[in-house]
Design a protein around this ligand. Structure first.
Ligand code: ARG
Length: 605
């Protein structure tokens, strides 16, 4: 499948930190220069570089569309002639070994091995570099659970996917603000506060010892449903909360704090950092401003006492003001969007929210566009995702039919990972600390990877058995593969310092064996993979890449001796330094991928 320039062409520069180049970008630039020179009268044509070519290392598929355009102008030229004409105009470049026309006008590109080897050497010396892209101010909204309600697996998906996208954008040098859009302003607070006031009348002076907020929620809900007088008091509390009555605000803050402490524990375990808690309440005053602006601009329509807003491309109008004068989820999202652009100066907004809210977010984006808030090239993405299913393919529930609590899920993951490691006798080989590190990193890594490696638009089946399997595209397999690569140099008695020194000293990486070359090509594709992920925000392509890298490494390792040992004594007699460097480059790229995925690696497992 041909891939177009996309964001790559917008990068405008092939340079990356440390002098390493993104081959895809470099080739795109070479070919677009060649096409311009060969067909100066033609409007820009996509270079259509394919990095997954079976025939060359890369392929340029620009000839066919050019033939078509020429034909439209009445010029007849065969695809092969067009391809040859492009080749004749490709500026000379150290990157290209040879170009050839194949089939119906495809151009096969063979990359120069000396050049590729030098790129890999630079990568080891300077670390895996990020491609240069225009820096953007990004606000990414993810996790965003609701206060006093337990975080559920849907929020887990948002947390994992959002964290990984934020890490990716950080890596690319963007200015990233992570927002936890907590549901902290709903009507559920009425009953919670009323119940708190009954149960802990001293709450103004003493902090109530609420440990189980879930149970507390259930208790108050029960009273709310059964007791009319209580229900009335609850409603009353909502009104008093929204008018910022001091005691009520105090009670509200107490409840939020308990909830946030619970969320924090989950984030800590999942290694999710930097999320700024900023709930819906934050936008209360801003909502008035938004309503005023939209009213003055004449965007709001009356509908049965409500004020609604339509926009081109939105099927569902937003309810901006309810008939009782109150605001809605729509209003808070409009206010949040405007705040992010006007106060945070964002030019890229990302919402990692379940697919069920797709229509809501599309309406918010459409109305914001109509209001002119997105002028000047603000990019808005709804990163949706499907529901989590149990192994029975039904909605993920516990045996008793309750929603699964995240803490319990994480605990079970750790327990299962521990079992696996014990089955393999790892508890005999690892120290207690190493074992704990391994079981936690494997458990959380597997949970994250299972989520990230699936196309997020699809629903996915949560299965500990599958995610902890150490065969196939799982974190268990990949983490293990990385520890094996790391152990190669250890067994060869080559220290990391010696490796770095060898690379610095210019030790050439030989790419003579077919499997060495295959591995090198995959390694050098890393920058284009990460840039492509920023275009569609499908993290699973990075996982696919990581898996491909790992299997390609295995092919290399099975075919190419890295270390020679004496058969009898087992003593190391020869170390192939060039291949050790290939191992090192692989370990570095894999580590980088794990970093972006938010997965902690292990030294031993
Ligand atoms: N709290 C919401 C929920 O649990 C998600 C909020 C997503 N973010 C947003 N800006 N609407 O469904």
């Amino acid at each position: 499948q041909a891939k177009s320039g996309g964001a790559h062409s917008k990068t405008g520069s092939t340079a990356m930190a440390g002098g390493v180049q993104c081959l895809f970008v470099a080739l795109s630039e070479l070919f677009s220069a060649a096409i311009r020179a060969a067909f100066p009268d033609m409007d820009e044509v996509a270079t259509a570089i394919n990095s997954n070519s079976r025939f060359g290392d890369y392929q340029c598929n620009a000839a066919l569309p050019i033939v078509k355009r020429l034909k439209d102008k009445g010029v007849k030229m065969s695809p092969r002639d067009v391809a040859q004409k492009i080749i004749d105009c490709v500026p000379s470049s150290p990157l290209v070994e040879r170009l050839e026309v194949a089939g119906a006008g495809f151009i096969n590109v063979f990359v120069n091995k000396t050049f590729a080897a030098e790129q890999l050497r630079l990568m080891i010396v300077g670390g895996v570099p990020a491609p240069t892209v225009p820096r953007r101010r990004v606000v990414i909204d993810y996790s965003s659970p609701n206060i006093a309600k337990e975080m559920h697996v849907g929020h887990l998906r948002s947390t994992i996917i959002g964290d990984s996208i934020a890490r990716l954008l950080d890596f690319l040098g963007h200015d990233v603000l992570r927002i936890n859009h907590l549901g902290d302003w709903g009507t559920q607070f009425g009953m919670l506060i009323a119940h708190l006031a009954d149960k802990f009348p001293n709450f103004r002076t003493e902090t109530p010892p609420i440990t189980d907020l879930q149970a507390f929620y259930k208790e108050s809900k029960k009273r709310f449903d059964e007791d009319e007088a209580f229900k009335k008091r609850a409603y009353d509390c909502v009104v008093r909360l929204q008018s910022y009555e001091e005691d009520i605000i105090k009670a509200w803050k107490l409840i939020c704090a308990v909830s946030e402490r619970e969320f924090e524990k989950i984030y800590e375990r999942l290694n999710v950092h930097g999320l700024v808690p900023r709930g819906e309440s934050f936008y209360q005053s801003r909502m008035q401003g938004v309503v005023q602006q939209l009213t003055e601009a004449g965007f709001l329509e009356e509908d049965d006492g409500r004020k609604i807003m339509f926009a081109p491309g939105c099927d569902l109008p937003l309810t901006v003001v309810k008939s009782d004068g109150g605001f809605t989820y729509d209003t808070s999202d409009m206010a949040a969007l405007r705040q992010r652009i006007q106060e945070e100066r964002a030019d890229w907004l990302i919402y990692v929210v379940d697919a069920g809210q797709g229509a809501h977010l599309q309406s918010v984006f459409a109305c914001a566009r109509r209001a002119g808030w997105l002028d000047g090239g603000v990019r808005c993405d709804h990163v949706g995702f499907g529901v989590v299913l149990g192994e029975d393919k039904k909605k993920f529930k516990t045996r008793s039919g309750d929603t699964v609590r995240l803490v319990d899920l994480l605990d079970e993951g750790v327990r299962r990972a521990q079992e696996k490691l014990r089955e393999k006798g790892r508890d005999q080989e690892l120290t207690a600390d190493e074992l704990r590190e391994a079981q936690e990193n494997v458990a959380y890594g597997c949970i994250k990877y299972a989520d990230l490696s699936h196309n997020r638009n699809h629903e996915y089946v949560f299965s500990f058995d599958k995610m902890l399997d150490d065969r196939g595209n799982t974190a268990a397999y990949l983490l293990y593969a990385l520890t094996r690569i790391r152990s190669i140099s250890r067994r060869a008695q080559v220290t990391p310092e010696q490796l770095l020194e060898a690379a610095r000293a210019g030790t050439a990486i030989q790419l003579l064996h077919e499997k060495e070359w295959k591995l090198a090509r995959v390694l050098l594709r890393f920058p284009e993979v990460v840039v492509r992920v920023t275009e569609d925000l499908f993290i699973h392509s990075l996982c696919d890449y990581l898996y491909e890298l790992s299997t390609t490494f295995t092919e290399f390792y099975d075919n190419c001796y890295c270390v020679e040992k004496d058969r009898q004594t087992g003593e190391v007699v020869n170390v192939n330094m060039s291949r050790m460097l290939l191992c090192e480059a692989t370990a570095q790229v894999m580590t980088r991928c794990f970093d972006i995925l938010g997965i902690k690696t292990v030294q031993k497992m």
